[in-house]
Design a protein around this ligand. Structure first.
Ligand code: AQP
Length: 332
């Protein structure tokens, strides 16, 4: 089976609907067709300051959510990034192959660091994409299911793999991003031009997977739309309605043109109510399963230890080869 790898940052108390539709839902389907490796990327999460207790809590919630959406610990290798030391070790080697200018072109760093001023941003935030490249290359992943915001980082990963292979001999597989166009960018409910984001969306703009149905419905009913009345897919003139159509279509499996036909002459209210309904129906069981999993931390940690064991076996093998190719002396 081809190998797939992807990760999610434990940077909030829940994933949001954009993470779910853009990435994690694909993780679940791909565990059937691929040799799947999925990680909670806690090393990435510390690129922005966070309290230790908060990080610990969020990492457990993230792991619980991954199992709650349907990842099966028997089939998929689900693990925590910091449990596998080889991620940071390979990242160092790749850091030394990356040009400053090349790293400086990454738009996510520009966006994220703009919030607190570039000089206040950590070096870790700057080298974030290089650690991400290490995550992927360590496991020889062929496919990486992500949202559109990760395209540029995947390009860098491919460039680094190619550079390493060219300089030291064929070692790494060149990964392909797996992006589902219709859900590649779920937007903020209050700002339909911006992506829904854990760290930059306002509470009214984001739907958490662990959200209670009441507040969630209210947010969808209050989602920014336009002054028109017609439910139509038009990203330019109706970005808010188009985003809701994308969400409803992805969750219900009904093609967008069928939805548009269904709401002809009905106005936004009925449409939004139905969107809220399908979102609640999808998220409620995930929330309930997550709560159950979180109630037994010992069991959750046991599942993560199984994942770490499998991940470590692959990562250690790759790093042994990298050490030898780069020219590090064997340690006896
Ligand atoms: N709005 C989105 N639409 C579709 N996909 C999305 N993803 C994120 N936002 C959307 C995808 O979710 C996966 C995990 O994301 P991440 O944890 O690595 O962080 P991110 O991409 O930086 O997303 P956020 O929500 O904006 O988190 P913070 O605020 O922590 O940076 C990725 O595959 C991503 O593409």
């Amino acid at each position: 089976k081809p190998r797939v790898l992807s990760g999610i940052q434990p940077t909030a108390d829940s994933f949001h609907l954009g993470n779910y539709l853009g990435a994690i839902r694909q993780w679940v389907t791909m565990q059937e067709t691929h040799d799947a490796f999925y990680c909670v990327v806690d090393l990435h999460a510390i690129t922005i300051p966070v309290e230790a207790a908060t990080l610990r809590h969020r990492s457990r919630v993230a792991a619980a959510q991954l199992f709650a959406v349907g990842l099966d610990p028997e089939r998929a290798t689900v693990f925590v990034q910091s449990h596998i030391r080889e991620h940071t070790e390979l990242a160092w080697v790749l850091n030394c192959l990356t040009g400053m200018g090349e790293a400086g072109r990454m738009t996510q760093f520009k966006d994220k660091s703009a919030k607190f001023g570039e000089s206040a941003a950590s070096v870790g935030l700057f080298t974030y994409p290089i650690l991400q490249a290490a995550d992927i290359l360590l496991y020889h992943a062929e496919s990486v299911p992500v949202g559109a915001d990760q395209k540029q980082h995947l390009e860098l990963t491919r460039d680094l793999a190619q550079r390493f292979n060219h300089r030291f001999g064929d070692t790494f597989t060149l990964p392909q991003p797996h992006i589902v166009k219709s859900v590649e960018k779920i937007t903020d409910l209050q700002d339909p031009a911006a992506k829904m984001s854990k760290s930059s969306s306002s509470p009214q703009g984001i739907i958490d997977v662990l959200e209670q149905p009441g507040p969630m419905r209210k947010k969808i009913m209050r989602a920014v739309t336009d002054t028109g009345t017609e439910v139509a897919f038009d990203e330019e003139n109706k970005p808010g309605i188009s985003n809701l159509l994308r969400i409803q279509s992805a969750l219900s499996g009904t093609p967008i043109p069928d939805l548009v036909a269904r709401y002809e002459g009905q106005g936004y209210g009925t449409f939004k109510k139905d969107v809220a309904e399908v979102v609640a129906d999808t998220l409620t069981p995930i929330r309930e399963r997550t709560e159950k999993l979180l109630a037994d931390e010992g069991e959750l940690d046991r599942l993560l230890a199984i994942g770490a064991g499998r991940a470590r076996a692959v990562a250690q093998q790759t790093m042994a080869q990298v050490r030898e190719r780069v020219g590090f002396l064997p340690a006896y």
